[in-house]
Design a protein around this ligand. Structure first.
Ligand SMILES: CSC[C@H]1O[C@H](OP(=O)(O)O)[C@H](O)[C@@H]1O
Length: 357
C-alpha cells in the first residue's frame, strides 16, 4: 500500500527548496494553484494566522521551517541572536491556538537549538525541520494502511464513508491523515462513495477535500453540512472519518467545528467514528477536551463569501473547532497504532509505544 500511495501522490502543500520555504496558497484553491515563497518567519506567522497554510500537521511543519529562516536572519545580524530568535518563535506560537502540532514543532526546534553550539545550530535546525516534515509524511503512510485495515476488518466490501473539513495532503506534509485512510481504502476497493461536507464557513471540504479526491478519482459527492443526518439516514454510511487538531489525554478530540454534531449523528445512525491523527497531535498535558482552547475566528467569515459581503453586520459566534468526547469515538488511528474506544489509560499506553515505522 505504501508504494501505491506514493505513486498516486498528486497534492503537495509545502516545499523546502534551496533554503527557501514555498507554501501552496490554500485560500485560492482549487480555482488557482499559487505557490508563495517565504524568506521571513513573520510572513509565515501571518500565513498560518490567515490560513494560507492550515491543518494541524502542516501548520507545525511550516512553523519549523520558519524557525530555520528566522535563525539564519538572527545569526547573520549577530548579538544575542538566540534571544531574538525566541521572539520570532513566540510570534509563530501566537498565530493560531488550537492545533497542538504548532507548539509541538516549536518545542522540538527549541530543544534542538538548545543542544547546539553557534557553529552547528543552523544546520542542525534545518535537519530538524526536514525530519519533522519527512516523519509526518511517513506517519501518514502508516496511518493510511492501519485505517484501511480497520475498515476492511469491519466490512470488506465497497461502502459509504463520510468526511468533514480537510484532513488531506493539504493539511499535512502529504497524503493526509483522515484522507490518507480514505485514499488507502479506495486503493483497496473499499470505497463506494465519499460524502464530503462542504464545511462552512471556510469551505475546506468543497474547496480542498473535494479537489484532492477528484484528482485521484475517488468517487465522492459534495453536500451541505446540514445534510449530514439526511445522508446517513438515506445512505448506509459505515464510517465517519475525520482528522484532529488536538487530542487530550482522555481521548477527547478537538477538530473542525461540526465534528461533534457529526459524531452524535453517526451514533444515532449506527455509523462508526474514526479519528486519524499523528501522535504529534496528542497533548498529554491536556487532561480532557475542556482544557483545549477553541479558536474563534473573524466574524467576517460568516458575513462574506469569497470576500463578498452577503449580509449586514450582526453579532456572530464563529468557533473554528469543537470538542468530540472520547465516548463518541470508535477508534483513533495514529502512527503508533490504533486505540479502540479511547480512554485515559489506553491513550497513556499508546504514547508509550514506538512508531510502527
Ligand atoms: C490533519 S489536521 C486537519 C484539521 O485541521 C483543520 O483545521 P483548519 O483547516 O482550521 O486548520 C480541521 O480541523 C482538520 O480536521
Amino acid at each position: 500500500m505504501r508504494e501505491r500511495l506514493l505513486a498516486a501522490e498528486k497534492v503537495v502543500p509545502i516545499r523546502w527548496h534551496d533554503g527557501s520555504l514555498y507554501l501552496l496558497d490554500q485560500r485560492q484553491l482549487p480555482l488557482k494553484e499559487h505557490w508563495q515563497r517565504f524568506e521571513r518567519s513573520s510572513d509565515v506567522a501571518t500565513a498560518i494566522r490567515d490560513m494560507l497554510v492550515r491543518g494541524a500537521p502542516a501548520i507545525g511543519i511550516a512553523a519549523a521551517f520558519a524557525v530555520v529562516l528566522a535563525a539564519r536572519a538572527r545569526y547573520a545580524a549577530g548579538g544575542d541572536w538566540r534571544g531574538a530568535l525566541a521572539a520570532d518563535c513566540q510570534q509563530l506560537a501566537e498565530a493560531r491556538p488550537t492545533a497542538v502540532n504548532l507548539f509541538w514543532a516549536l518545542r522540538r526546534m527549541a530543544e534542538c537549538l538548545a543542544a547546539q553550539s553557534d557553529d552547528t545550530a543552523l544546520q542542525a535546525l534545518e535537519q530538524e525541520a526536514l525530519e519533522i516534515y519527512t516523519s509526518d509524511r511517513e506517519a501518514n503512510l502508516v496511518m493510511a494502511q492501519l485505517g484501511a485495515e480497520v475498515i476492511e476488518r469491519d466490512n470488506p466490501h465497497p461502502q459509504h464513508i463520510y468526511t468533514h473539513c480537510n484532513a488531506g495532503a493539504l493539511a499535512t506534509g502529504g497524503f493526509g491523515t483522515a484522507l490518507g485512510v480514505v485514499r488507502a481504502a479506495h486503493l483497496a476497493g473499499l470505497v463506494e462513495r465519499v460524502f464530503v461536507n462542504e464545511t462552512r464557513p471556510w469551505l475546506q471540504g468543497s474547496r480542498l477535500t473535494a479537489w484532492e479526491l477528484l484528482q485521484e478519482g475517488v468517487p465522492m459527492r459534495l453536500n451541505v453540512d446540514s445534510a449530514a443526518a439526511h445522508v446517513m439516514r438515506e445512505h448506509e454510511v459505515r464510517w465517519v472519518i475525520v482528522g484532529a487538531d488536538r487530542i487530550a489525554e482522555n481521548g477527547d478530540v478537538a477538530n473542525k467545528i461540526g465534528t461533534y454534531q457529526l459524531a452524535v449523528t453517526a451514533m444515532h445512525h449506527g455509523a462508526k467514528l474514526m479519528v486519524v491523527a499523528p501522535s504529534s497531535s496528542i497533548d498529554m498535558d491536556c487532561e480532557c477536551g475542556d482544557d483545549i482552547e477553541i479558536e474563534e475566528r473573524n466574524p467576517d467569515e460568516l458575513l462574506s463569501v469569497a470576500g463578498q459581503r452577503i449580509t449586514v453586520d450582526m453579532p456572530v459566534f464563529n468557533p473554528s473547532f469543537d470538542i468530540t468526547p472520547a465516548d463518541l469515538i470508535d477508534v483513533i488511528v495514529t502512527e503508533k497504532g490504533i486505540v479502540e474506544r479511547p480512554d485515559e489509560e489506553k491513550m497513556q499506553a499508546l504514547m508509550c509505544r514506538k512508531r510502527l515505522h
